[in-house]
Design a binder for this molecule. Structure first.
Ligand code: NAP
Length: 263
């Protein structure tokens, strides 16, 4: 444990994020729990052991992420680990105030922007991704605006966009010694993707057999506290070689930079 440092977990008020906060707090670390809704965040903090601070912040807009980053900079002179856990599996096309498809904003643009705005404070970043990224077909011109929206595929597309930036962040931070890895946490029983209709009922039935959030937290915490590598993707505990389209990755990076206004 590094004295004076914090671990920051987005989407920490429920699901896998909550279980990650609990585990990390039990190690004696100071945890900063980021939650979209202040009341839901405060309720989670009350249940957690140890030293946990709440920062409320909505990840769906560039302005919201910038305000959140300012608050995190104020509270955290150094960040031992930033866990990008907040995520969204959308059932319908919703555009944010920035005119961007909501899951693209939360799953991809928000981690991208936070990484930039906090990079001088960071030692390590863990991206909670999804194995489904392999099914993604990100099209920068369409995916960002939900023009190719699909209630199952869009989630995979946004996770692919996010994974495509992984090797680029690893390279960018190589000399500074900041590391970044991503993982699929397993198939876990949480509120992710809950929806109405037939698909919602099928999902609800399937979730009955899935494992509890604590199981999803185990590989996240292991990766968070390990600093041996960078640019890697893990399927739960097993490292997977990922073969990404580098040219697409660079296009996705340039687009994210333009949409978020970072250099
Ligand atoms: N569960 C699985 O089987 C599974 C599999 C693969 C990957 N994952 C990934 O694991 C991560 C955690 O998912 P989970 O299963 O724990 O899902 P969850 O229970 O639905 O939790 C999602 C979290 O993200 C937050 N969030 C959503 N939109 C946000 C926004 N605009 N601003 C700030 N926070 C926002 C939610 O906040 P609210 O409570 O305010 O909505 C919640 O805290 C996600 O990245 C997900 O893609 C999960």
């Amino acid at each position: 444990m590094l004295l004076g440092m914090s671990v920051v977990v987005t989407g920490g008020n429920r699901g896998i994020g909550y279980a990650v906060c609990e585990r990390l707090a039990r190690t004696g670390r100071r945890v900063v729990l980021v939650a979209r809704d202040p009341a839901r965040g405060a309720a989670a903090v009350r249940e957690l052991p140890g030293e946990v601070d709440l920062v409320a912040g909505d990840l769906s807009t560039v302005a919201g992420v910038r305000i959140l980053a300012e608050e995190l900079r104020r509270l955290c002179p150094e960040i031992e680990v930033l866990v990008h856990n907040a995520g969204l599996w959308p059932s319908r096309r919703v555009l944010t105030a920035d005119g961007v498809e909501e899951a693209f904003a939360v799953n991809h643009l928000a981690p991208f922007l936070l990484n930039h705005l906090l990079e001088d404070r960071l030692r390590r970043v863990v991206q909670v991704s999804a194995g489904l990224f392999v099914k993604g077909k990100a099209d920068p011109e369409r995916t960002a605006y939900g023009l190719d929206f699909h209630p199952v595929r869009t989630y995979a597309d946004t996770k692919l966009c996010n994974v495509l930036t992984l090797p680029l962040f690893a390279r960018r931070w190589q000399d500074a010694g900041v590391t970044i890895d991503a993982l699929h946490p397993g198939v876990i029983r949480t509120g992710l993707g809950d929806r109405g209709g037939v698909l919602g009922l099928v999902l609800k039935a399937a979730k009955f057999f899935w494992t509890a959030p604590e199981h999803g937290a185990t590989p996240v915490v292991r990766l968070a506290l390990e600093e041996k590598g960078s640019g890697r993707f893990f399927n739960v505990d097993k490292e997977l070689p990922v073969h990404l389209d580098q040219e697409l990755g660079e296009r996705i990076w340039r687009q994210a930079a333009a949409l978020t206004g970072v250099g």
